[in-house]
Design a protein around this ligand. Sequence first.
Ligand code: NAD
Ligand code: FES
Length: 292
Amino acid sequence: MYPIIESEELAPDIKRFRIRAPRVARKQRPGQFVIVRVHERGERAPLTIAGADPEEGVITLIVQGIGKTTKLMNMLGPGDALLDVAGPLGRPSEIRQYGAVVVIGGGVGAAIAYPTAKALKEAGNRVISILGARTKELVILEKELGAISDELLAATDDGSYGRKGLVTDALRELIEGGRRIDYILAIGPIPMMAAVAELTRPHRIKTVVSLNPIMVDGTGMCGGCRVMVGGRMRFGCVDGPEFDAHEVDFKALASRNRLYREQEQAALRRVLANPQADLELVRRHRPAEEVS
Ligand code: NAD
Ligand code: FES
């Protein structure tokens, strides 16, 4: 079992969990993810590792409650435990000394971008972070990203915090202002990553995105996570999750991610109608049955 040590609400329906998972905490690298199962009948849900403390044996996961499993997870707290935390999975981010780096976190994408942004800073890069959210209360990790960035620009769609506009507006200003940019990491919703790719393509700025295709096993066996990159079929779980943004077929990714929308909505309605049934399954396993 993987006990939840702490949980904290960062924004409405976005929670930060600290989970005891010593082996994952020791081995994980920025950019990797885990697949969790909350209980024995639960689906396998991929979640990017938002941080780790190898000495304490604890990993951090930041969860936005949008589907059945993430909504259920956000009902849990200390005293509860996850049944499985498999990982670390996926290829770690490519951390190099690129020079001037822009890290873009759209919405909960900021949680995924943070560990890589921190590693890029530690590798000697100059880091400009752009943090975007629909509105002020959805801005997350500003303090954490600010602490490892040379510059941080916040933007909200409604102008309630930072500049008014999308992350791409802030990026366009940097590019058009003649700022030197050697590398961009953009993580957020698919339309955002597609828009960043189109913005940087004519300027030939190396741009990397972290994709979130449908995943099942997370180890290259099921093919569920296939994405088209550079005209070739790649697996998000083992070849990614990070890919060259200028090569990704975002349209195909968006349409594959919509394939099971109806079933996902029905499962979500079932859980929300009777969360107790799922919570009882979670509480059948005890945090004391810990793994090392
Ligand atoms: P959101 O829709 O609130 O968008 C966050 C920010 O992204 C916006 O404030 C804006 O600045 C920017 N953005 C959004 N659409 C844009 C566009 N068309 N052009 C330019 N900028 C744009 O984000 P959210 O609610 O956090 O996430 C929505 C979806 O994205 C969820 O389904 C989530 O699973 C998915 N997501 C995926 C990843 C990933 O792994 N790549 C990360 C975060 C979220
Ligand atoms: Fe099954 Fe990637 S999740 S192959």
